[in-house]
Design a protein. Sequence first.
Length: 148
Amino acid sequence: MAQLKYNTTVEITANLYKDDLPNPDTLSAELHCWRIKWKHRSRDVELPNTVFDTLRHPDIKFFPNVYTLLKIVCNLPIIKVGSERSEVGRRRLKAYLKATPVEERASSLALMHINYDAKHDFDMMVDTFAKLYPEKMQLPNVESMEGA
């Protein structure tokens, strides 16, 4: 964004996620407007330093496709290009995305799927989740369900 070195590969790459976009038909036009927005910004507008800063920018709501793509970028695992292991991870990620319906996808599950050979302490994971989100660990009240 800061260097304004855009090319068609950005659009080609973004098209990989067209099924996840709110308005895929307007992606090309939106990317063009996004480029112009940053190219012609006023001097007092500071460029965001990170994807997270960009997601907090007030104008991002006017770019729903860009917003969605940035959220995807935040959730994708960082894979070092070039190693044989990363190629396997990339293939596993593509398989996960292809096999899982959009509404059922979860970035944490995607990471676990990619890193299938990593050892996970599920008991520790559940305990940590329970400590962080105790309200989500409560079971529904049976009496209130019977009255419904």
